[in-house]
Ligand binder design. Structure first.
Ligand code: NI
Length: 393
């Protein structure tokens, strides 16, 4: 592994300039036209082979080495969120109700920085680096769009790497763990159909509101009484809709919510039991039910061998950081999972909060912002990680 800390430090101003420019001009899922344009232009100027419009607004760029060797995929996401920014900073979002509130502006800047730093080393490069700038992570659609567009073909990567700036950890801490890191997620809708009527004559109705109430409670038993206590699962009912009047029992009720899990077999089990519980409870109370579960992401699972390789390199070349492997799992989702499913690799967290400077709001908060020192740290570590595969030590 090569030490890129000095090169990254030399790019400090450029990294911040890119990040602040993207921050001022945020674009939501599949609308990252300006961002993708700047990314493509920057990489073309660098001399990389660039392909735009991959999976709608995605960009793929290949840095080809002078010697044969493996292909390393570097993935970052580019999209913002439909949030009105509440930060009063010079680089505040200039677009109403749109904000980089997850740090993807920083990810895009870091990946551009990594491309620059590795480009400087291209004479020694053995193999190639495939940079993937992905759209629409926030709606869990961009990774699959790029995969369907063939992002893993010609050449097929041997390892995939990515990072997330992480405000749940202070700057200087790095989260690097093998196995499941972020949860898989699905959303559900339950439509209950009963028989409405006068609220004063409930015996003449089949009340979908009462059925919904029983269901909300019964669904809690999927996690507590079906999934093993040693496994992890979340089932949250987040929307309850029924009725229009004080004195009318409605005919219909709708429940919506989310399911989170770390293992496919847990997702499978929840899916089966979900249907059985809904049909049993609703049927027992005289209502018909329709269940729709839509999968969004699979769990982000890091390859143990790649994690160990990076840990050894990172702790040797950047011992000043604190590397955490425990208590960094999150039930949040990330569609990097789809790249890691196809090509083993690592997604790691780069601590980015700084409470003293009030840079500690959670991701997706209207006051989210991060300590920009994390840009240099992230770029150095990501370039070093790539170098371990394609550059002589
Ligand atoms: Ni994010």
């Amino acid at each position: 592994m090569k030490d890129f800390r000095d090169s990254a430090q030399a790019m400090h101003n450029q990294l911040i300039a890119w990040r602040r420019d993207f921050h001022q001009h945020p674009e939501i899922a599949f609308q990252e036209v300006r961002t993708a344009g700047i990314v493509a232009e920057t990489l073309v100027q660098l001399g990389l082979e660039v392909q735009s419009g991959v999976g709608q607004t995605g960009v793929v760029a290949i840095l080809e080495g002078h010697h044969d060797g493996p292909t390393v995929l570097v993935r970052c996401d580019m999209d913002a969120l439909p949030i009105e920014e509440e930060n009063e900073v010079p680089y505040r979002s200039q677009t109403a109700r749109t904000m980089h509130a997850c740090g993807h502006d920083g990810h895009t800047a870091i990946a551009l920085g990594v491309a620059h730093m590795l480009h400087q080393q291209r004479a020694a490069l053995r193999g190639r680096v495939k940079f993937v700038f992905q759209p629409a992570e926030e709606i869990a659609a961009g990774a699959q769009a790029m995969l369907q567009a063939g992002v893993l073909e010609n050449p097929r990567p041997d390892v995939s790497l990515g990072l997330h700036l992480w405000n749940l950890m202070p700057v200087g801490k790095i989260g690097l763990a093998a196995g499941p890191l972020m949860a898989g997620s699905a959303i559900f809708t339950v439509e209950l159909e009963g028989r409405g009527g006068h609220a004063a004559a409930p015996h003449q109705t089949a009340d979908p509101v009462v059925a919904a109430a029983h269901l909300i409670t019964a669904l809690q038993t999927l996690a507590s009484r079906n999934v093993s206590p040693l496994e992890t699962a979340v089932i949250s009912v987040t929307q309850v809709m029924a009725g229009d009047a004080h004195n009318v029992i409605p005919s219909r009720a709708t429940l919506k919510g989310t399911i989170r899990f770390f293992k496919p077999e847990v997702r499978e089990l929840i899916g089966q039991r979900f249907e059985q519980v809904v049909q049993g409870v609703a049927g027992g109370l005289g209502c018909a039910a329709q269940v729709n579960i839509k999968d969004l992401t699979i769990p982000v699972v890091n390859d143990a061998a790649v994690v160990e390789r990076l840990r050894q390199g990172f702790t040797t070349f950047a011992p000043e950081h604190e590397y955490l492997s425990a208590d960094i799992q999150t039930m949040g989702g990330e569609d990097m999972a789809f790249f890691l499913e196809q090509v083993p690799g690592v997604f790691f967290f780069v601590g980015s909060s700084n409470a003293e400077r009030d840079l500690h709001y959670a991701h997706h908060h209207p006051r989210f912002d991060f300590d920009e020192r994390a840009l240099v740290i992230g770029a150095a570590l990501l370039a070093s990680a790539v170098s371990d595969y394609v550059l002589p030590a």
